[in-house]
Design a protein around this ligand. Structure first.
Ligand code: F6R
Length: 590
């Protein structure tokens, strides 16, 4: 939610900031703004998508800040767009997070004579800095943050100082270190074009940037933070000839599966699971697509190990956080920054759980809260809708389940071999994507859809429906196929196609019966089924064929097919796809 950028160096700051903001647009994109300092502040604020640098004369300074916004306090408008400034337009601030006590601070500042120009919580920050400013932005910021409650990552600058001061508390912020230049950003993808040397800032850190270097304070003491080299390159953050990041990222899945597998598996599984010693229960906490990965993980872990697995939406767990015995909590989060998931991790820790996170982002907050981190190797995911990262999360869950399973060695080896064939199977789905596109074009005219599955097919249906609704804006619901007759049948008919996840496991026969019941209610049925399944053709209207695999791994192949189906349906409807309305990639507020 919201992306922030700061630059101090030798290049034109407006160019660096706008290009970095464009890479952060997936965090929010209802309005944006840039401030450049060069003796005085030059400010541009606009509603809508980030423009090109040539369109605006922002100023030719080499120091500045920028922001792309996802509205929380105050509607999208130029006055609510960041940077926010003090009364004299001397101090500029870009902020991500929520200042929970802003109302009280604002009233006090107004009483003291400060004039506010926006409805945002952020605006209290430049006014507080103004209040404390004597001759040093650094000192004024330190005095300002004592007053703030809530969460923040912000960057502040003052027109007459060649300095940037940034603070991080419960919202993401990284420092990029170049050669005689420095970058601040909400995440690494923003600045990959310029540097891959990154300092992952920690809660309470205050960074002071000048031409001579950087200094980090925490609790008023100067601290050392390591510079890490991120393994991602700029090509990861570009569309590289694809129409959208979403389809590019789906195409990257075979490689992502290979990379993630090779992290944990060679001839056998090389995953240290000492964190799971003696556990009585596993709790999986996550949001959205990551939650669906957790649901699939439940079927797989319980099926292979017999360890009971509870899966909770992090946002719900936070309000009834009960754990008994010696639980292991697994927090699944692509970004490592989802506020609800981070809070749930902390709650689980308080209850004595050991906490493991499965995440994509090196140094993210989740990795710092967790006792142990299992990285997926998905590379940057720019499209708001998660695709390749979801499949990589599944891979880690499969590897974990196999490692915890008490199966004969030859059975484990067979399953590992099967997993190693997954990239090739996904590639075959990608090679045949035109067939899926044809079905998507027919589905694009509908406004409602029902996704159904049984057993492990049920979370596949949930994820398929989520992908469809978020990018095509078609109302899509995921349901256990057996539950349709307990209510949702009332919605079926020729205007509501049903997408059925058909798995060749013990649910197969009963799933065919459910499909026949649906057909009897005049709904079009699209089945996602194995390529050698001839039977299914008799009962449904269209079939998306996927390569046969062990049924346990069918969530991978079926989900890739459903991602492609959602993509082409949304494309046919002319939707934004990479940046669906009202959504942001990193949900850093609860
Ligand atoms: C949907 C999607 C979201 C995220 C959710 C959690 O396509 O991407 O539902 O899965 O916001 O995000 P992370 O995994 O970063 O915690």
């Amino acid at each position: 939610m919201c992306g922030i950028v700061g630059y101090l160096g030798f290049r034109r700051a407006d160019e660096v900031i706008i290009s970095s903001l464009k890479r952060l647009e997936y965090r929010g994109y209802d309005s944006w703004g840039v401030a450049i300092g060069n003796g005085k502040l030059s400010l541009v604020k606009k509603v809508g998508a980030i423009g090109d640098v040539e369109e605006y004369s922002i100023g030719d300074g080499t120091l500045g800040v920028g922001h792309t916004r996802w509205a929380t306090h105050g509607k999208p408008s130029e006055s609510n767009a960041h940077p926010h400034t003090d009364c004299k337009n001397n101090i500029a601030v870009v902020h991500n997070g929520i200042i929970s006590n802003f109302q009280m601070l604002k009233e006090k500042l107004i009483e003291e004579g400060h004039e506010f120009k926006s409805e945002t919580d952020t605006e209290v920050i430049p006014h507080l800095i103004e209040k404390y400013y004597k001759n040093s932005i650094e000192d004024a910021v330190i005095n300002c943050i004592v007053n703030l409650r809530g969460s923040y990552a912000f960057v502040a600058m003052c027109a007459n100082e060649r300095k940037l001061v940034a603070c991080r508390y419960k919202s993401p912020l990284i420092l990029g270190v170049g050669d005689k230049e420095f970058f601040l950003a909400s995440d690494v993808t923003a600045i990959l074009e310029y540097t891959s040397r990154i300092v992952y800032l920690q809660d309470g850190d205050i960074v002071i940037l000048t031409d001579d270097g950087f200094k980090i304070l925490n609790d008023c003491v100067e601290v050392d933070r390591q510079i890490e080299l991120v393994p991602w390159g700029i090509k990861d953050a570009k569309k590289s000839g694809y129409d959208h990041f979403m389809i590019k990222e789906i195409h990257e899945t075979p490689k992502v599966v290979e990379d993630t597998l090779s992290e944990y598996v060679s001839d056998e599984i090389e995953l240290d699971v000492s964190f799971a010693a003696g556990i009585s229960e596993i709790l999986i906490i996550a949001c959205g697509t990551s939650y669906h990965a957790g649901l699939i993980g439940k079927y797989v872990i319980e099926g292979l190990t017999g360890i009971p697995v509870r899966v909770e939406y992090a946002s719900e767990f936070n309000y009834h956080p009960l754990l008994v015995g010696r639980p292991l909590a697994i927090a699944i989060t692509q970004s490592g920054e989802t506020a609800d998931t981070l809070e749930a991790m902390k709650k689980a820790k308080k209850f004595g759980a050991r906490v493991v996170t499965i995440t994509n982002v090196l140094g993210s907050t989740a990795t710092r809260i967790a006792d142990h981190t299992l990285y997926i190797r998905a590379g940057p995911e720019i499209c708001v809708a998660a695709t390749k990262s979801f499949i990589a999360q599944l891979i880690v869950l499969y590897v974990l389940a196999l490692k915890l399973a008490n199966l004969p060695r030859h059975e484990i080896n067979e399953l590992i071999l099967e997993l190693k064939l997954i990239p090739e199977r996904i590639q075959r789905i990608l090679d045949a994507k035109d067939e899926i596109e044809k079905i998507a074009k027919r589905l694009a005219k509908f406004e409602n859809m029902m996704y159904v599955g049984r057993g492990i097919g049920y979370p596949i249906a949930l994820e398929g429906a989520l992908k469809m609704k978020e990018i095509s804006y078609i109302h899509a619901e995921g349901y256990p196929a057996g539950e349709l007759k307990h209510g949702p049948f009332a919605l079926l008919g020729e205007k509501t196609p049903v997408i059925a996840s058909v798995i060749e496991d013990p649910t197969y026969e009963i799933m065919l019966n459910n499909i026949k019941e649906v057909k009897a209610r005049d709904s079009i049925v699209v089945a996602i089924a194995n390529e050698d399944d001839k039977e299914i053709d008799k009962y449904v209207d269209w079939v998306v064929k996927v390569p046969k695999t062990n049924p346990m791994f069918s969530p991978i192949t079926q989900s890739v097919a459903l991602q492609i189906l959602a993509y082409y349906t949304a494309k046919e409807r002319g939707c934004e796809i990479d940046k669906p309305r009202h959504l942001a990639k990193s949900v850093t507020v609860e």
